[in-house]
Ligand binder design. Structure first.
Ligand code: SF4
Ligand code: SF4
Length: 109
């Protein structure tokens, strides 16, 4: 398990206010609000931290580029390069699972 998975697991083990607090604290470090793909709808809905939470509920669907690779949080957790554009494609864990499933089907070819 890498740092990202450990962090997500730590959050998921929490509940209620504790979980909300952890998510909000990580959200503060998210730089999605500086990205061209992020829009007013996402801002008003308080969206962000898509790498952990998953895709945008109903706001983001137009890919204008992704700056996750510049995100200090992503860099600290080793994500944002192989997978990104989480607001449209889904969370890092979902992307990893998709790749894992594909590898199982193709035998890694
Ligand atoms: S990696 Fe992307 S989605 Fe995750 S916190 Fe950073 S900017 Fe936000
Ligand atoms: S996940 Fe990437 S593409 Fe989406 S808003 Fe954040 S930085 Fe931009």
């Amino acid at each position: 398990m890498d740092r990202f998975e450990a962090e997500v697991l730590k959050i998921m083990e929490k509940s209620g206010k504790d979980k909300e607090k952890s998510i909000n604290s990580l959200k503060q470090q998210c730089i999605c609000h500086k990205c061209y793909t992020y829009n007013d709808c996402a801002k008003n809905a308080g969206e962000g931290l898509y790498c952990v939470i998953g895709e945008s509920e109903e706001c983001v669907d137009n890919d204008m580029g992704c700056i996750c690779h510049e995100c200090p949080l992503a860099q600290a957790m080793g994500v944002g390069t192989i997978f990104n554009t989480y607001c449209i494609k889904g969370s890092e864990m979902e992307e990893r699972k998709r790749l894992h499933d594909l590898d199982r089907i193709t035998g890694g070819e």
